[in-house]
Design a protein around this ligand. Structure first.
Ligand SMILES: *[C@@H]1O[C@H](CO)[C@@H](O)[C@H](O)[C@H]1NC(C)=O
Ligand SMILES: *[C@@H]1O[C@H](CO)[C@@H](O)[C@H](O)[C@H]1NC(C)=O
Ligand SMILES: *[C@@H]1O[C@H](CO)[C@@H](O)[C@H](O)[C@H]1NC(C)=O
Ligand SMILES: *[C@@H]1O[C@H](CO)[C@@H](O)[C@H](O)[C@H]1NC(C)=O
Ligand SMILES: *[C@@H]1O[C@H](CO)[C@@H](O)[C@H](O)[C@H]1NC(C)=O
Ligand SMILES: CC(=O)N[C@H]1CO[C@H](CO)[C@@H](O)[C@@H]1O
Length: 934
């Protein structure tokens, strides 16, 4: 039995091997490198949800595709899915029950699609959904039962849809008692009323409502007892606020945007709120009644006031006079050009002041002496200059934002009072130079960003008085000349970004704590000096990124790595990247290496020798042609390798054997050759279960011309194996089949086989004897079983030998028992004219397969002579004969003699025997009246 089962196993094994694995290289999707239960199919021009995503994923996103329909089968079996992101597609239709298996889903994002209707069975099965985002669709109808399965929904975002009828809102809230956040901004509702709400939304804390056509906001019962934040927007003139007293009593944050902020309307609105802390006031038509400010600031609990999109132009001494209790004031986009000197005088509690997106050309003196201010922003104004008195007495200020102005210069004195300033932004201005006159002296400053200016020079001693600085960003729109000693004094600096042009000294001296450095090298300047075997003195550096302008070359720049023993992440982006083998000798801790955009990159294996701990390697866009270096590079820890946009045409999959830890491989945008030279690689991509070959199904062929533009994985590798590999396959399969077959035969057809063997021997003897043409010595050869010996000696012999006078050769008489000499037997048969078989049940069981009978029957068929005489001693039914099928055939086609039938007419019986023995060499006559047909 064992040979059969083992070959069966091996066959099964073969079958399993040939089944492609979809787990690692997914079509159009990527398994997250860090968490294999997350799958992302974003930005892939998908028209449908791809098949083959493992059903065990907990997170699936397909943002920014072209999916139009979610089919019922798309998410079948995804019972573990918790978050599903399908935003920014062209989705118009979701088939009923499409989400019915997603009982674990808590988050569903369908934003920015083209859904028009939420139907009754659309959300069937989403019993655990907490967050549903339908922002920016075209939904104009919600079926009464659409939200029925969503009993646990807490956050619903329906902003930017076309809901007109307030019954749609009722259809939502009737099924979602747990709602906490309901966003209905920018829809088409004309009336919002809560009269038909079946029960109060006990947990609703945030409601956002906005519609160009909203004429009425009507709340006549306490349906939102816990509401904390409410925004209402309407462009409709004559908008009516119809809220009874004693509701909305817990409201803390309120935003209102109307066409006209009329005093009467505002008064009516604001008197509803008893404990309002935070108010955002905004208008569509810039019409503005100044008394509103007085009224608003009269709300005793109000702390934060945000005004936007109202044309105010000037704030004079009286406008904000009553706002003395405010801690936060935002004046954004109000065309403010001027504040009078005492405009903020009464605000003795103010901490945050944002005057952004206005037209101030200088820092208003009104802010001077505001000793409570901690955060101040003048972002996006037209400020040209900073004066020494601008920030007078702002001792509490910790953060100052001057981004997006037109400041070109400032003096040291400007910031002198800001002794507590920790963060300073002067991004996107026109500063060209930092030197000792502008040397900032801020003892508490931790973070300074002067990025995106036109900084062309940084002088020595610029930063000598900002010793607390930990982060400095000097990224410039132009190349910056950094003078020797410019960064001196930055003893605590941890992160720095700057744009280097040229330097004649060692800029990095005095940065003992620097961990993270980004250097942009601009313009046509060689910076060989950077390399000249000059140690960087950056012992603490962990991350270094060098990005060189396309026009520039950094010769031997890589020597800057000398001494960076703690470096873990190194990134180099340059056209000329000569990488001498020894460059990583002093950075043995590197785990993440990125060398991209080289004009030509062909590394030696030795390059990687010192950095055996590397986990991530990105060599994109380097015009690389070969990967052989990997075989000897010993990168046994490498987990992620990115090789996109290279010139790889043929990949020998054996190189990946040298990367035992590899999990993630990206080869997108390489000019693959789609012929048999890549067959091994293609096969490996599909079959291997360890490495995810990212986007593999999108790799395209560049050659041969007949395959151009086709997908690499569509190439039929089977055709390649027909020549060599296929032969191997065939022969091994054949071997297996033969093994299988022979064990089968051994088991079931053993006897037939033995029989066949003897038949074959018989044939050999037959031909031999016939050639010899030996004479007949005996009239008959009698074959019988020992048990029938009595009958043979008692009945047969006396009659035939003595009465009829035939010469017989007896099976057991003329040969010695136990000495079955096959030659003797066959000789006997061939020297007898006939063979007479005395057939009984015992005979059939023991003798039938014996050689003499086979021999005789062979002779019978072969010579077409009636050589065989069958003499049946007992009645044997054809059923009993059936195992001895050859005998049965004989019985059917020939004649036989039956002793049982002839017992009463022995004379006739012997006469028949005599005739049978007599008739010589003539086929028996089937119509012989003396024979009996079975
Ligand atoms: C996967 O992407 C390819 C092209 O990039 C596209 O032909 C194929 O239809 C996509 N598969 C699915 C399921 O959308
Ligand atoms: C409201 O929230 C509380 C606490 O989160 C929860 O126990 C309660 O069941 C919620 N009420 C409803 C109606 O869902
Ligand atoms: C401030 O301006 C408002 C209207 O623009 C005016 O009514 C008010 O008198 C002004 N106050 C002062 C002190 O000028
Ligand atoms: C890789 O490792 C083997 C054995 O550890 C060593 O003989 C060989 O020199 C190494 N190759 C490189 C390039 O480091
Ligand atoms: C792949 O590389 C291995 C080892 O370097 C080599 O034996 C084999 O011949 C290569 N296969 C092809 C198709 O070049
Ligand atoms: C019947 C018959 O042929 N008997 C012969 C069997 O073989 C021995 C020796 O090989 C002969 O002596 C017998 O005559």
């Amino acid at each position: 039995m064992w040979p059969a089962s083992t070959s069966l196993l091996s066959l099964l094994f073969l079958l399993l091997l040939s089944r492609p694995s979809l787990f690692y290289s997914l079509r159009n999707c990527t398994i997250d490198f860090h968490d294999s239960s997350k799958v992302k199919c974003d930005f892939s021009r998908l028209h449908t949800i791809p098949r083959g995503i493992p059903k065990t994923v907990t997170y699936l996103s397909a943002f920014r595709n072209r999916i139009v329909t979610i089919r019922e089968s798309d998410f079948k079996g995804f019972t573990k899915l918790e978050a599903l992101f399908l935003g920014q597609n062209d989705m118009e239709h979701i088939e009923n029950g499409a989400f019915s298996d997603l009982s674990a889903l808590t988050q569903l994002n369908l934003k920015s699609n083209s859904l028009t209707e939420l139907t009754d069975n659309m959300f069937e099965g989403l019993t655990n959904l907490r967050i549903l985002n339908l922002y920016n669709n075209k939904i104009d109808h919600i079926s009464p039962l659409a939200f029925k399965p969503l009993g646990k929904l807490q956050e619903l975002y329906l902003a930017s849809n076309e809901l007109v009828n307030s019954s749609n809102v009722v259809n939502i809230v009737s099924h979602c008692p747990s709602l906490k956040i309901l966003d209905l901004t920018d829809i088409r509702l004309t009336v919002f009323e809560t009269d038909f709400f079946p029960f109060p939304l006990q947990n609703l804390t945030k409601l956002h409502l906005g519609s160009d056509t909203l004429t009425k906001f009507r709340v006549h019962s306490d349906v939102f007892p816990q509401l904390e934040s409410l925004t209402v927007a309407s462009r409709k003139r004559g908008f009516e606020w119809d809220v009874i007293d004693k509701v909305l009593t817990n409201l803390k944050t309120f935003g209102i945007q109307l066409s006209e902020l009329k005093f009467e309307t505002c008064k009516k609105i604001f008197q509803s709120f008893a404990s309002l802390e935070n108010l955002h006031l905004s208008s569509f038509d810039e019409i503005f009644d100044e008394r509103v400010f007085d009224f608003v600031c009269g709300i005793p609990s109000l702390q934060k006031f945000h005004v936007s999109q109202i044309h105010i132009f000037v704030i004079n001494d009286t406008l904000l006079q009553s706002c003395s209790r405010l801690t936060d004031l935002k004046l954004i986009y109000i065309v403010l050009g001027n504040l009078s000197e005492s405009a903020l005088q009464t605000m003795t509690l103010l901490r945050n002041l944002n005057i952004e997106q206005n037209v101030l050309s200088r820092i208003p003196p009104a802010i001077q002496n505001m000793s409570t201010l901690t955060h101040l922003s003048f972002q996006s104004n037209l400020i040209l200059k900073l004066q020494c008195s601008d920030f007078l007495n702002l001792q509490s200020l910790t953060e100052l934002n001057l981004n997006h102005n037109q400041i070109s210069t400032f003096k040291s004195c400007v910031f002198k009072d800001l002794t507590n300033l920790k963060v300073l932004f002067i991004e996107h201005n026109l500063i060209s130079q930092l030197d000792h006159t502008s040397a900032i002296s801020l003892p508490s400053l931790k973070m300074l960003s002067v990025s995106e200016n036109n900084l062309i020079l940084i002088e020595k001693d610029t930063f000598s008085n900002v010793s607390s600085l930990t982060e400095l960003n000097l990224k410039s729109k132009s190349a910056t000349e950094v003078k020797n000693g410019a960064f001196e004094g930055l003893v605590g600096l941890k992160r720095m970004t700057f744009s280097l042009n040229y330097h004649s000294g060692s800029v990095f001296e005095g940065l003992p704590q620097l961990q993270h450095l980004v250097v942009y090298v601009w313009n046509n300047m060689e910076i060989t000096e950077l390399s000249e075997h000059r140690p960087l003195h950056l012992e603490a550096l962990q991350e270094l990124s060098i990005q060189v302008d396309k026009n520039a070359c950094v010769y031997h720049a890589l020597y800057i790595l000398h001494g960076l023993k703690k470096l873990q992440v190194f990134s180099l982006d340059t056209v000329c990247c000569s990488t001498p083998s020894g460059i990583f000798w002093e950075t043995p801790n590197l785990v993440n290496l990125k060398i991209i955009n080289c004009a030509e990159f062909s590394p030696n294996p030795e390059l990687f020798q010192p950095i055996a701990g590397l986990k991530i390697l990105n060599l994109s866009n380097n015009k690389m042609k070969y990967l052989d270096f990997l075989t000897e590079a010993n990168l046994t820890k490498l987990e992620m390798m990115i090789l996109t946009n290279n010139d790889l045409t043929v990949i020998n999959e054996t190189v990946f054997e040298a990367l035992p830890s590899l999990k993630y491989l990206d080869l997108y945008e390489n000019p693959f050759v789609c012929d048999c030279s890549n067959a091994g690689f293609i096969d490996w991509v599909i079959r291997n279960k360890q490495v995810q070959v990212v986007r593999a199904y999108q790799y395209r062929c560049s050659s041969p011309p007949s395959e151009q533009g086709h997908f690499l994985l569509d190439f039929n590798v089977q055709s390649c194996w027909e020549s060599t590999g296929f032969l191997c396959f065939i022969s091994s399969s054949a071997l297996v089949l033969v093994t299988l077959l022979s064990s089968f035969i051994y088991h079931f057809l053993r006897w037939q086989l033995v029989y066949g063997f003897h038949l074959f021997l018989a044939f050999l003897y037959d031909s031999k004897k016939r050639r010899q043409g030996c004479p007949h010595i005996y009239d008959a050869f009698v074959s019988y079983n020992v048990h029938d010996e009595d009958w043979v000696y008692g009945e047969l012999l006396p009659e035939l030998e003595e009465v009829q006078g035939w010469r017989l050769c007896l099976h057991h008489r003329d040969f010695q028992l136990g000495k079955p000499i096959i030659e003797n037997i066959t000789d006997a048969i061939y020297s007898s004219r006939k063979t007479l078989c005395v057939i009984s049940r015992r005979y059939l069981q023991s003798e039938w397969c014996s050689r003499e009978i086979q021999m005789a029957s062979y002779r019978l068929f072969d010579e077409q002579k009636d050589v065989l005489i069958l003499l049946f001693l007992e009645e044997i039914s054809s059923n009993h004969l059936s195992p001895f099928y050859r005998m049965r055939k004989l019985v059917k086609s020939r004649t036989y003699l039956s002793w049982t039938q002839a017992r009463s007419h022995k004379g006739l019986f012997w006469e028949n025997v005599r005739r049978a023995l007599e008739c010589d060499n003539e086929p028996a006559d089937s119509h012989n009246p003396l024979t009996v047909n079975v």
